[in-house]
Design a protein around this ligand. Structure first.
Ligand SMILES: NC(=O)C1=CN([C@@H]2O[C@H](COP(=O)(O)OP(=O)(O)OC[C@H]3O[C@@H](n4cnc5c(N)ncnc54)[C@H](OP(=O)(O)O)[C@@H]3O)[C@@H](O)[C@H]2O)C=CC1
Ligand SMILES: Nc1nc2c(c(=O)[nH]1)N=C([C@H](O)[C@@H](O)CO)CN2
Length: 237
């Protein structure tokens, strides 16, 4: 019987893409969701990665993705909720719309996908099934400029506890809480220096440290309801 695929939402770039490619290297079939079509997706498709378009900014978009996911596969080995919008807080009339959008992407999408895809995970014939929520170090301390983002990630962190309790012992549910793993395209050296100084490890490690953590969760059959920090010791500053 062929192995069940691993779904990574928002897998077209950066951390999600790195993990998708590493999972393929490790022999797993992979499905990713993407929001915007672009040439880089062809490289992933050539590696056999199934790409499904999805916009989680609306409930209709989430439910539409689920219909196409169920048409694509009858089982899943794991789901990694990686899709995310690091939007700064809006001021003025669009503040509420920004908050609601981030709630949908970071909380409603994982919530509905976990509920609707439970049967796909339970149909997996392999002994372990996993759900992994990508949260953020800022869940612990909030953010002056990304309060809506931090609050929505805090909600996702709490969903880890609820789904871990609901889905045990057949499905393990955990979170990874990164801080400053990769810089953004527009970040200059001044920003990079300030960012590196935020943690006692004083580095921007790149996505490999996230895959190491995901690999640990996928291979450990006794961890659930946990949030694993991958933050260079931010809390020690
Ligand atoms: N990078 C870092 O240093 C840190 C990352 N994290 C978390 O780790 C995860 C990966 O981070 P990173 O790789 O930087 O993430 P990105 O900012 O690159 O976003 C990942 C993907 O999310 C998708 N996405 C954004 N909005 C939507 C939407 N409305 N519907 C569906 N998909 C959407 C994007 O798709 P598309 O490109 O197709 O539009 C994008 O490719 C995220 O959850 C992030 O919050 C936490 C702390 C630090
Ligand atoms: N969806 C995203 N979330 C976050 C990103 C990102 O690029 N996309 N980046 C960060 C920063 O690296 C932050 O951790 C720096 O302190 C946070 N979340």
């Amino acid at each position: 019987m062929s192995a069940s695929p691993i779904l990574i939402t928002g897998g077209a770039q950066r951390l999600g893409r790195h993990c998708a490619e590493q999972l393929v290297n490790d022999g797993h079939p992979v499905i990713i969701s993407y929001r915007r079509e672009r040439p880089e997706l062809e490289e992933l498709r050539e590696r056999g990665i199934v790409t499904l378009q999805a916009d989680f900014a609306s409930e209709a978009g989430i439910l539409d993705f689920l219909v196409r996911l169920r048409a694509e596969t009858r089982s899943l080995r794991a789901i990694v909720h990686n899709a995310s919008d690091w939007a700064p807080d809006s001021t003025g009339p669009e503040a509420g719309a920004t908050f609601e959008r981030l709630f949908r992407i970071h909380m409603l999408a994982p919530y509905l996908i976990n509920l609707h895809a439970r049967e796909l995970l339970e149909a997996c014939s392999e002994p372990q099934r996993d759900i992994v929520h990508m949260t953020d170090y800022v869940v612990q301390k909030g953010s002056r400029k990304h309060a809506a983002y931090a609050a929505s990630k805090a909600g996702l962190d709490n969903l880890t506890l609820s789904f871990a309790a609901m889905y045990a012992p057949d499905i393990q549910v955990n979170a990874i809480a990164p801080a400053l793993i990769m810089l953004g395209e527009g970040d200059d050296e001044t920003y990079a220096e300030k960012a590196r100084a935020k943690s006692v490890m004083q580095k921007v490690p790149g996505p490999g440290v996230i895959y190491q953590t995901l690999r640990y969760l996928l291979d450990n059959r006794y961890v659930t309801g946990a949030t694993l920090p991958v933050d260079g010791g931010r809390h020690l500053r």
